[in-house]
Design a protein around this ligand. Sequence first.
Ligand SMILES: O=P(O)(O)OC[C@@H](O)[C@H]1O[C@@H](OP(=O)(O)O)[C@@H](O)[C@@H](O)[C@@H]1O
Ligand SMILES: [Mg+2]
Ligand SMILES: [Zn+2]
Length: 192
Amino acid sequence: MPRAEKPAAQLVILDRDGVINQDSDDYVKSLDEFLPYPQAIDAIARLSRAGWTVAVATNQSGIARGYYDETTLAAMHERLNALVAAAGGEIAHIVHCPHGPDDGCDCRKPLPGLLERLGTELGIDSLAGSWMVGDSLRDLEAGEAVGCRPVLVRTGKGERTLARHPERSGDDRTQVFDDLAGFVDWLLERQP
Ligand SMILES: O=P(O)(O)OC[C@@H](O)[C@H]1O[C@@H](OP(=O)(O)O)[C@@H](O)[C@@H](O)[C@@H]1O
Ligand SMILES: [Mg+2]
Ligand SMILES: [Zn+2]
């Protein structure tokens, strides 16, 4: 049974590390190191309860680097889905790029391949108009490459991203929020 097509405008795509959970310059290498922000779990649940499709698109070069494996990553995402379900919401789909920067893949953000795969697997023809929330410039660029509206959060590497790219805080392209909860508050307030 093909999935019913979803209007992209009701889609929010989230980067993972630094948006949903604490990031680390040493990578998030184990389930014990996977520490979701409570505000983010609640925000995802609120979004999905309000009828939005929530998905995750994450670079996980730590796999290519040998820091952890697909089984460990799957355990992290099982934990994430369980926390969101316990909060009364759901994540429609999670996609990841397991490759390293020198592997020449087409799915490592800022390339658009990961988001394109997400759209295909969600049955969405065009991601134009959906929201892409990240803490790194590559998240925003990957989203813009497929027509998403970019949102930068200050959590994770967000402050560092803003310091390196101050134009992002002033332009009318990019919305900036302290955290995912702040973006969701804003988004849901503007929705009928
Ligand atoms: O933010 P998302 O895409 O969910 O995941 C980022 C992680 O895969 C890691 O990405 C790495 O970048 P390199 O892959 O080494 O360039 C570093 O930034 C790490 O600190 C970070 O934990
Ligand atoms: Mg990130
Ligand atoms: Zn890849």
